[in-house]
Design a protein around this ligand. Structure first.
Ligand SMILES: *Cc1c(COP(=O)(O)O)cnc(C)c1O
Length: 219
């Protein structure tokens, strides 16, 4: 199957309110161009250097999403162009993003990454950390970031009930923070679901799916 037909099949299966992030990590620019020519404008990468190199080579109407774990000292490389950072999981990182956004005279959209999986290894905040972060005065003072919502990854398992439970949990947390809105929040996005579980994620309330291998093939 071609990248174009994979994309068309997936797009046809998505409800209108769900945004598709085409996860192009490790794939060559020639593959991204095929997706671009098929109409895709939102790409997700998990390494800042790789994303920056692709940004330099690709058309400028693309929205680049950083979906991987972000090290504070590398934020400056993507601050001029990144469209949405999915994996924000500390106040310290958010402060660095705010600082670099200010230097670039822009506001950078972010999602807060929640730890919803059973595995210890996955990054993300728990509910207490989330509430502490968004109710802190340091957070309220940041003017160059905007929180659009939450991101999460389910446990790597075949157990659909387990995955469903975790996605539903993320949706519940999202609903619970609606009342906490501050000026730098505009909560409308739940980023959950990948190639293997995006349909279930959408059933559970996802508004943004991050799909790689089902579009570009295995890595
Ligand atoms: C790689 C990756 C994806 C896409 O995974 P696929 O299974 O290839 O669709 C989604 N989200 C994150 C955070 C990733 O790192």
């Amino acid at each position: 199957m071609s990248i174009q037909s994979n994309l068309n099949t997936i797009k046809a299966s998505l409800p209108e309110h769900v945004t598709l992030v085409a996860v192009s990590k490790t794939k060559p620019v020639s593959d991204l161009i095929q997706a671009y020519e098929a109409g895709q404008r939102i790409f997700g990468e998990n390494k800042i250097q790789e994303m920056t190199e692709k940004w330099e080579q690709m058309p400028k109407d693309i929205q680049w999403h950083m979906i991987g774990h972000v090290q504070s000292n590398k934020v400056k490389f993507m601050a001029p162009f990144v469209s949405l950072i999915h994996g924000v999981d500390s106040l310290k990182l958010l402060q660095e993003i705010n600082k670099q956004a200010l230097k670039n005279n822009r506001v950078i959209d972010c999602l807060l990454q929640m730890h919803i999986a059973e595995e210890e290894t996955k990054f993300g905040l728990d509910e207490n950390e989330l509430n502490a972060l968004i109710s802190s005065s340091d957070f309220k003072e940041m003017k160059n970031i905007r929180i659009l919502g939450l991101m999460g990854m389910a446990t790597f398992t075949e157990d659909q009930n387990q995955i469903k439970k975790e996605f539903t949990h993320l949706k519940t947390i999202f609903d619970s923070i609606q009342k906490l809105e501050t000026e730098n929040c505009n909560l409308n996005t739940i980023s959950m679901g990948m190639s293997g579980d995006y349909k279930l994620a959408i059933e559970c309330g996802s508004t943004m799916v991050r799909i790689g291998s089902s579009i570009f093939g295995g890595r």
